[in-house]
Design a protein around this ligand. Sequence first.
Ligand code: PLP
Length: 414
Amino acid sequence: MVHINENFLKLKSRYLFSRIGEKTSEYQNTHPDKKVIRFGIGDTTQPLPSTILHAFHRGVDEMGDAATYRGYGPEQGYLFLRELIAKFDFQERGADIKPDEIFISDGSKCDTGNILDIFGENIVGITDPAYPVYVDTNIMAGNSGPIQSNGQYEGLVYLSANEANKFCPEPPNHQVDIIYLCSPNNPTGVAMNRQQLTQWVNYALDHHSVILFDAAYEKYIRDDNFPHSIFEIPHAKKVAIEFRSFSKTAGFTGARCAFTVVPKDLMGEDSVGTSVSLHDLWNRRHSTKFNGVSYPVQCAAAAAYTEQGNKEITELLNYYRYNAELIKKTLQKIGFHYWGGENSPYIWVKTPQNLSSWEFFDFMLNNLQIVITPGSGFGIAGEEYFRITCFGNHEDTQIATERMLRWDWNELIP
Ligand code: PLP
């Protein structure tokens, strides 16, 4: 018999969204007449903006003509797209990122997981709550011990994000080698301001750490005090890798396009203390295990940087922002405590009457036919919170908020 990677056996049995999906289908099957509204999964609902769609079509048409047909593209991504990203996403914001420091991929989920291929044994710090991929991929890679009775994994450093620190943990007073930061944050919806991010960059410079900065939601930032990229912070190129995605910002959850920035200044060291370029390692990894994003998808992503494409993306973001406003107003009216929803498509809410996250999930599904995401699914610090996303359509968001307003919350627990 072959031997398996036993690290997989350490994983909690079910991925958060599978459990939500199962409970929702079970309810829907037994109540076929009820309209269930999904405020839970962070998937987008609105179509690709038309300029992006046209560019996508044009790319497909070129593939059907021998004169313009393209086979394998560059593994790192077409230069036409990397140049646009370097200019508009970084250089125009004062971040000196060059096209050859950018790697186009088919998703930030894969990149945030795959990045561990280039690291050895390290002390890994992950915020709690966090996007589940960070913890799970570290377990798969063997960076943790077994799960403990409190639900956290031995060997990982958990950086608690809570009401006391306004859901932005400060750097610890001990060594952490790899740090996952996500801003604007999934699930809390809280973004890090310039000062908070500078503190982390300074910590990483002092401790020779690497920050894995997930900026999948940066386009939702409206306030100038909040950097869109970690590379807007001085010297961050020496300590950070950044992940970006077109998924939630331009509707690419199904089309698949993202990118990762690994600066050339970023170094790690081998077991005898020799400095090694992390950019070179990622380049090697990416070109060995990945064959590039399809040409039409990269054409579509490039269209996001045209004047018209950018305008349509802003309209798309405003569509979801409208939902956020409606949900926040509703939460205010019914007296729930919440965070986020300002520079982010996520709203993080305290459960009423200290119900556990899953108790409140069941309550919402059974009584209001609304699917929320239980906060405890993102880490133990998420217990007694839940996440609402703003990616629904206006009609569903309207119906869900009306249901919430009609409910008599004093009778929550019969
Ligand atoms: N990073 C965060 C924080 C996310 O919430 C998500 C998607 O939900 C991703 C990355 C994945 O994005 P992609 O669709 O590019 O894989």
